[in-house]
Design a protein around this ligand. Structure first.
Ligand code: GLC
Ligand code: GLC
Length: 666
């Protein structure tokens, strides 16, 4: 079906998509909007977007769901929902919609800087967080990701990644009205609000799950429920286990039976799909009603003033027998359909992809019509690999061949997240450098959990799986970089890691607390529900002592903070570091990772040469290697001038950002 062919069939009329003819639900919504005082101009902007984006949405819907009255009915309901949502969008958000449509790359510049924190652990509550906006401004944040803050089961909720209601904030930290007020206040302070859109699964306490359990067939169809083990066994032949420590396989008994002797519900023998934990049930996107329902939840969040949705676990949303059930083509089509929904009814909103998978797959989610921004898990993992091996070749290779992105998109570059670190580099890339991928991953796991003699790292294994040999690493930046072990190079390693994410473009993301060198929090594992999940060591509470010491240069916190502040301030006045253009530079030393960031400053074309030394001793770039460059370079970090004629020596874990005037370049 072509993009402009109207859908046909029984059911409500829909959508006769001609630029000048609106589908019936929109005509009704238009009339209602006019009654509600929406100006012609505002409504016309909406109509224009419908004309542009609805054909794409209809087309995607038909690709995924086929055609027929049921599908048309769902589409009609969806379009009605878009109109209602648009009508409910506040004036300031509509203004923002218009601004961002005119400036679609608003999220990336040399001033763009992200931060991520848990409201409960870092601030206590939404109200308390408002008191700390001053500090977030001091850091220069323009983007703030609040870790999952929705209503969730008590005890283990996978850090809030099991959502019981997308419309309610966890009552322990505040209310949805407070979140909306916070969004507005952040916006006044130049900070965009990011929240998770956890759309692959809900918690087993979500009202849809509860209705499914109560026997409501409509909601049973919201999940992947099977009457016996036949289909689960068939799927499990090809599906990987994500949390094997917590539950093997991908299915759990569906507790739809009467209570057993212990009072807990039994199962009638049926099973439900649960990729992550047993209380996180995968939504069935094979059912178009699920898409519509989740589009409604998404637009609800958009209308609270959320600017960026972190699209959680994107790879898992579509299943097909006989496949890995990850990153299937339909997963992309569904993301594009969600993107079209936002373009129509909340165009200020952009998506961040969370795909922690093979780099070929990560890139597949990134485009203006799908997810505009994406975590860069490869760069993250390879920064750590370089520090462990004192060999930056894998990182340099990744910057050379896996850094390019389509226009209108950006990487979110980060040193570590709230999750474990997995070694997601491509085996074939490693092989080209003579590195055996499996052996290298084994080394990295041993190194980062301090099972390797002389290691500076104090990480903790996550989901150590002896059956598959798989293991991932938990730990804060400071503990992984050597601060916990008292290693002399620790502070410089922390700064080096940040210097890379701050100079490779896109949107760098700081994990709040890392700027003062917070260490692993082993006590967090004692909290209810955390025992079996080592990722909690890298989700510490607000490190008050370290924040108090941050202006004291004799402390670790002070040294990390001062170094990071210099990098942050320098980046803000270095326009070459914006965008994504990066030209590799071969420094002829495996310990030196070097690249150029071409751009402009107020005087014309320039380039910034970045060099970092991952070794524990000084390394030099030979004069001949630099011979094509101008003799004098502006050292952006120390404010001086460097003569390159005699080469360039970097101390252990050293970093330079050098501006070269372009008219001198060959
Ligand atoms: C994402 C989150 C992770 C969570 C998982 C399931 O990967 O980052 O913390 O466990 O999704 O929602
Ligand atoms: C993510 C990833 C997995 C990661 C986990 C969260 O979606 O696919 O590698 O470790 O979920 O911890």
């Amino acid at each position: 079906m072509s993009a402009t062919t109207p859908a046909t069939g029984a059911g409500p009329d829909l959508p006769d998509v001609q630029p000048d003819v609106l589908p019936a639900p929109l005509v009704a919504a238009a009339a209602a909007a006019r009654r509600a005082g929406t100006s012609d101009e505002v409504w016309a902007a909406f109509e224009a977007r419908v004309a542009r984006e609805l054909p794409r949405l209809v087309d995607l819907f038909h690709h995924v769901y086929g055609e027929g009255p049921r599908v048309d009915e769902e589409l009609a309901l969806l379009v009605g929902q878009l109109a209602t949502s648009w009508q409910g969008r506040s004036e300031p958000l509509r203004t923002l919609d218009a601004q961002r449509e005119a400036d679609p790359e608003w999220f990336s510049s040399e001033r763009a800087l992200g931060g991520v924190l848990y409201v409960d652990r870092w601030a206590g509550s939404l109200a308390a967080l408002r008191e700390r906006i001053g500090y977030l401004r001091e850091l220069g944040l323009t983007y703030l990701h609040l870790m999952p803050l929705f209503a969730a089961p008590e005890g283990n909720s996978d850090g809030g990644y099991a959502v019981s209601s997308y419309r309610d904030v966890d009552p322990r930290i505040g209310t949805m009205d407070e979140l909306a007020a916070l969004a507005a206040e952040l916006r006044e302070n130049g900070i965009a609000l990011v929240v998770d859109f956890i759309f692959n699964h809900t918690s087993d306490e979500h009202v849809w799950a509860q209705r499914a359990l109560a026997g409501d067939p409509e909601h049973r169809d919201f999940y992947w429920v099977f009457p016996d083990r036949t289909m689960p066994d068939a799927y499990e032949r090809t599906v990987r286990e994500i949390f094997p420590d917590n539950h093997p396989g991908s299915f759990v008994p569906f507790p739809d039976g009467p209570p057993g002797p212990d009072g807990r519900p039994t199962s009638t023998g049926s099973w439900v799909w649960a990729t992550f934990h047993d209380f996180q049930w995968d939504l069935n996107y094979g059912n178009p009603a699920v898409f519509r329902a989740m589009a409604g939840e998404m637009l609800f969040l958009a209308n609270q003033g959320v600017d960026v949705l972190r699209m959680d676990a994107v790879a898992f949303i579509w299943k097909r027998l006989g496949t890995s059930c990850e990153s299937l083509p339909e997963a992309h089509l569904l993301l594009q359909a969600f993107n079209a929904v936002c373009r129509i009814a909340a165009p200020a909103v952009v998506f961040k992809s969370e795909a922690i998978v093979h780099p070929d797959e990560v890139i597949g989610y990134i485009s203006p019509g799908e997810c505009q921004i994406s975590y860069n898990p490869l760069q993250m993992a390879l920064i750590w690999s370089s520090l462990a091996t004192r060999d930056g070749r894998l990182l340099a290779q990744a910057l050379e061949r896996r850094h390019a992105l389509p226009p209108g998109t950006a990487w979110v570059n980060y040193v570590r997240s709230h999750d474990d670190i997995g070694w997601t580099f491509a085996d074939e890339d490693a092989a080209e450098l003579g590195i055996d991928a499996a052996a290298h991953r084994r080394f990295l796991n041993a190194f980062f959990v301090d099972r390797f003699p002389g290691s500076f790292a104090r990480g903790v294994p996550f989901q150590d799986n002896p059956r598959t040999g798989d293991c991932r690493i938990s730990g804060t930046t400071a503990s992984l970089a050597g601060l916990e072990a008292g290693d002399a190079g620790a502070v410089d390693r922390i700064l080096l890691a940040h210097a890379v994410v701050l100079s490779t473009g896109g949107l760098p993301l700081l994990f709040l607390g890392d700027e003062v060198g917070q260490l692993n929090d082993y006590a967090a594992l004692e909290e209810p529900g955390h025992a079996e999940d080592s990722r909690w060591v890298n989700r510490p509470r607000y490190p008050a002592q370290r924040y108090a010491e941050r202006e004291d240069p004799t402390t670790d916190a002070g040294r990390v903070f001062a170094g990071l502040r210099l990098l942050l301030e320098t980046r803000r006045r270095t326009p070459e570091l914006a965008g994504n253009r990066l030209v590799p530079f071969d420094a002829h030393d495996p310990a030196l990772v070097a690249y150029q960031r071409p751009g402009w400053d107020e005087r014309g074309a320039t380039t910034v040469l970045v060099v970092v030394n991952v070794a524990d001793e000084p390394r030099a770039v030979a004069p001949t290697t630099l011979s094509g460059l101008p003799d004098d370079a502006e050292d952006l970090l120390d404010g001086g001038t460097r003569s390159l004629a005699r080469g360039l020596t970097l101390p252990a874990h050293g970093v330079v950002w050098l501006r070269l005037a372009h008219d001198c370049l060959g």
